[in-house]
Design a protein around this ligand. Structure first.
Ligand code: HEC
Length: 141
């Protein structure tokens, strides 16, 4: 039991420092949009029973809408490993919601990352335009 709670505290310390380094500058700055983030205490992604949205937001970020003044948030897939994302998400859940910890969060994160790299591969494929994404073209040289 002791080892377990020590481990939990460690994870949370890791999550807290990741949050302070990567997220707080936007989410606690009071800066306006486009780069100012919402107060995470209001985030439905963090209080949701399903962590998939949050995993996707942190890995992929939020893209601006072309031609509009819209929010922008960077994605962290390239700069955080799964363990770091796990610590961060557990920290966010504990700090910004009054909901119980998510179960199987590690699986959700691994899954979100797999999907994300599938998307990246599809859109950076060879050939002009998006032709390579056409299912009819799949498997052809
Ligand atoms: C460059 C500034 C910036 C950084 C850095 C940043 N964010 Fe964001 N974040 C935003 C903006 C802008 C939005 C969109 C706000 C909106 O839609 O009104 C957003 C939205 C979000 C949302 C969605 C809120 C919701 O439920 O609608 C979450 C969750 C979130 N950020 C978490 C994080 C976490 C975790 C980090 C650190 C790993 C982080 N952000 C780093 C700017 C940032």
């Amino acid at each position: 039991m002791l080892a377990r709670s020590e481990k939990a505290a460690q994870t949370n310390a890791a999550g807290a420092s990741i949050y302070a380094a990567a997220c707080a500058s936007c989410h606690e700055s009071g800066r306006p949009l486009s780069f100012g983030g919402v107060n995470l205490g209001l985030s439905t992604a963090i209080s949701s029973p399903d962590p998939r949205n949050l995993a996707n937001i942190v890995l992929s970020g939020i893209r601006s809408v072309e031609g509009e003044r819209s929010p922008i948030m960077p994605g962290y897939a390239a700069s955080m490993n799964d363990e770091q994302v796990l610590a961060l998400l557990n920290y966010l859940r504990a700090r910004f919601s009054d909901q119980p910890a998510w179960t199987d969060l590690d699986k959700t994160i691994a899954d979100a990352r797999r999907r994300q790299s599938a998307v990246l591969q599809a859109s950076s494929g060879p050939g002009p335009g998006k032709a390579s994404i056409d299912p009819a073209q799949r498997g052809k040289p």
